[in-house]
Design a protein around this ligand. Structure first.
Ligand SMILES: [Zn+2]
Ligand SMILES: [Zn+2]
Length: 371
């Protein structure tokens, strides 16, 4: 097939408000610096649900899918290694950071905050080859951070937490948290909350408490290392008492907002312990105003930290962390639903309803099935 154009099915969001359409594009051989890969698994993210709902403006129409793993089909001229200097050949499995930064702007060159690059984009036009992973084939542009998945690591484990694990790794970096992180409360047990369980565990937390409304997600949180879970059906006052029982009188050192709903904010400030940190990751969406008593922030010595997206470094670290953890933790089981490219709408429905802990697009999967 080398040097020939190939056909690829793509799932296209023509406008906010959906639905997702099935399209077909011709994918030319990769140009200089590009990598052509066949999608193995594309992660279905809560963000994609927001996009279909029309919560955010994009240069529509776009191909969905900012979380991906694939197998290299063909390398463009000059591509011999991945972004970490590992040799790359056709047949290798790869994972990528979905924003191709320009490497020339202030954010890229001075702050090394590639996800803020004004020339980067998470999505590409639907009539052009690109990195959208709700597709049979992806063309990964020159300048995009692409990493070879280590031998022995499963693409399931690498994609199971999607963009959430990199985002949580960046969040913990931004939170600082020198020294002991003995107790952590996590609001929400979607992919961000579950990633926070894993990272809190890596940081040696003795107590990891997760709050969520879905029992299936709480069960997964316990499997990954949560030491206690509290269903959202328990009223707010009782939740507060339970956190105090579990974390002790100083309260949790860290509260991670992974809920993406505004009502979580006031409770998070309230739950955070003395000298603690409240890390906001999930409220990427859910615009609105929330009132808090700022004297509480002062009296607790509380730090409130926001963290948006992740850097190539965090994707690389997330991939290696997943590769190591899957030896002892059943990360692949986080994936509960698999869909073909043509079933993208059903995949988004499963995530929207909360049925899926994690759904993936697996091109060629005949129909929805629960793993
Ligand atoms: Zn830039
Ligand atoms: Zn995502």
């Amino acid at each position: 097939m080398t040097g020939q154009a190939r056909a690829s099915r793509v799932a296209v969001l023509a406008e906010g408000g959906g639905p997702v359409d099935s399209g077909r594009i011709e994918v030319p051989p990769p140009g200089p610096g590009q990598i052509l890969a066949r999608t193995l698994l594309g992660g279905v993210c809560g963000t994609d649900v927001h996009l279909r709902r029309g919560d955010f403006a994009l240069p529509f129409p776009v191909v969905l899918g900012h979380e991906g793993t694939g197998v290299v089909e063909e390398l463009g001229a000059g591509v011999t290694h991945d972004a970490a200097g590992v040799e790359l050949v056709p047949g290798d499995a790869v994972y990528w950071c979905p924003i191709p930064p320009c490497h020339r702007c202030y954010y890229c060159t001075v702050e090394k905050d590639f996800s803020s690059c004004p020339h980067g984009a998470w999505f590409h036009p639907a009539d052009q080859p690109g990195w959208g992973s709700y597709a049979d084939l992806v063309t990964l542009p020159s300048g995009m951070a692409v990493y070879r998945i280590p031998d022995g690591a499963s693409p399931e484990a690498v994609i199971a937490l999607g963009c959430a694990l990199p985002a949580v790794l960046q969040g913990f970096d931004r939170a600082g948290l020198p020294g002991v992180v003995d107790s952590v409360v996590i609001q929400g047990a979607g992919p961000i909350g579950l990633s926070a369980v894993l990272v809190a565990r890596q940081r040696g937390a003795r107590t990891i408490v997760v709050i969520d409304q879905h029992e299936n997600r709480l069960e997964t949180a316990r499997e990954l290392g949560a030491t206690a879970t509290i269903p959202l059906s328990v009223d707010a006052e009782r939740r507060r008492e339970r956190v105090a029982e579990l974390c002790g009188p100083r309260g949790p050192r860290l509260v991670v907002e992974a809920a993406g709903v505004l009502s979580a904010f006031g409770e998070g400030v309230d739950l955070a312990g003395h000298n603690g940190c409240y890390l906001l990751i999930g409220l990427w969406s859910g615009h609105g105003a929330a009132s808090i008593d700022p004297t509480v922030v002062v009296h607790k010595n509380l730090r409130i930290v926001g963290s948006c997206y992740a850097q190539p470094e965090h994707y690389y670290r997330a991939m290696n962390l997943a590769a190591r953890l899957e030896r002892t933790i059943p990360l692949a089981r986080i994936i509960t639903h698999r869909f073909d490219v043509a079933e993208a709408d059903a995949a988004l429905d499963a995530v929207e309803r909360g049925d899926a802990v994690k759904a993936v697009i697996s091109p060629g999967e005949a129909k929805e099935r629960e793993s």
